[in-house]
Design a protein around this ligand. Structure first.
Ligand code: DX5
Ligand code: ZN
Length: 214
């Protein structure tokens, strides 16, 4: 069964505490926390003060997705403030190997992210180091965009490499995941699902969790 991490970007920030409680009761596997800097992506989202509030409000694992330039300057900070997993974009730094080591040294799970326009080849040199690989299924920056179908070829490639090298990284997908697209990504090897706008649009989080996790 796939793991589900609803993206808090689409949650009701006025009622974050109730949202977190409802997510726990729905049986999700963790929460996805999107950090945008207005440089790497054309949008600005949330950062440390909100992470502190989320950490205080839940024991669910927090998956921090850093959509920022120079992630090497901030990974320790996000780890200190309660992240359980941190992913960084390979496009955001010339030093991806060093940043992954930094994340691991901070004792949190390390992930690497590839944009729709980035090939799997870009992360092959560090593939043995990471706990998870996030394949963006939209261009990062906004919730509510449509799933880009061609990205599933990369899920196939990653599944093949994973099997061939006998590795155990998780394959995460983020962007446009809903009741129509979820089966496709699962069929192509994804086992960690992020869902934002589709998830939080529903009134019954338990039933949408069931729909997405299968
Ligand atoms: C997009 C973010 C996503 C976003 C997904 O840049 O990384 O996590 O919240 O939202 P949906 O599920 O609405 O595409
Ligand atoms: Zn994300």
């Amino acid at each position: 069964m796939a793991k589900l991490y609803p993206s808090l970007l689409s949650a009701d920030f006025l009622n974050l505490q109730q949202e977190l409680k409802a997510l726990e009761e729905a049986g999700v596997d963790g929460v996805h926390f999107d950090v945008m800097d207005g440089q790497f992506v054309p949008n600005i989202s949330i950062g440390i003060p909100i992470l502190d509030a989320v950490r205080e409000g839940t024991r669910l694992p927090i998956d921090v997705h850093l959509m920022i330039e120079e992630p090497e300057k901030y990974v320790e900070l996000f780890a200190e403030h309660g992240a359980d997993m941190i992913s960084v974009h390979v496009e955001a730094t010339p030093h991806i190997h060093r940043v992954i080591e930094q994340i691991k040294n901070a004792n949190v799970k390390a992930g690497v992210v590839i944009n729709p326009g980035t090939p799997v080849d870009a992360i092959v040199p560090i593939i043995k180091m990471v706990d998870y690989i996030l394949v963006m299924t939209v261009n990062p920056g906004f919730g509510g965009q449509s799933f880009i179908g061609d990205t599933v070829d990369k899920l196939d490639q990653l599944s093949e490499v994973k099997q061939r090298l006998n590795l155990d990284f998780d394959i995460e997908v983020d962007g446009g995941i809903n009741d129509k697209t979820v089966q496709t990504v699962i069929d192509h090897g994804a086992n960690m699902l992020v869902a934002g706008s589709y998830f939080f649009k529903q009134s019954d989080y338990k039933s949408v969790t069931k729909t997405l996790k299968g």
